[in-house]
Design a protein around this ligand. Structure first.
Ligand code: FES
Length: 138
């Protein structure tokens, strides 16, 4: 029932930006995989970070969920591209919900995008602190 969706949601849903996958074995790639308990929808958001500057240079997502969740993740990838991870960690779901004019019942869909970017940043940071075990894998 697309009638209840805002045109911006439909735009992102029908032409999602930055769909895809980054190589999570790379040390500068952070992966956030989150789910919404309310509906079971799942979102994966990945960032590639410039280790020297902390700037997010590439973002990809895959979302198995409703139109609002897909639109929220698509918009999130556009928003955080070129941001530092410090700034990206401050992006609020309310900002996404406002941009996409999400109704209250769809707020948790945008929350998924906030959770996903936070999880991706956390994963990236934890990789930075991990001792280099690449030699062991050869
Ligand atoms: Fe659950 Fe949209 S209905 S993510």
């Amino acid at each position: 029932l697309t009638r209840s969706y805002h045109p911006k949601v439909i735009d992102h849903y029908t032409h999602p930006r930055n769909v895809g996958t980054l190589d999570k074995t790379q040390s500068n790639v952070g992966t956030g995989l989150v789910g919404a308990p309310a509906c079971g929808d799942v979102m994966r958001l990945q960032i590639r970070v410039n280790d020297a500057t902390g700037v997010i240079e590439d973002v990809k997502f895959k979302t198995f969920g409703c139109g609002s969740a897909i639109a929220s993740s698509s918009y999130m990838t556009e928003l955080v591209q070129g941001m530092t991870i410090q700034d990206a960690a401050k992006v609020k779901n309310t900002e996404i919900a406002r941009e996409l004019s999400l109704p209250p019942v769809k707020l948790h869909c945008s929350m998924l995008a906030e959770d996903a970017i936070k999880a991706a940043i956390k994963d990236y940071k934890s990789k930075q602190n991990r001792p280099d075990t690449s030699a062991l894998l050869k």
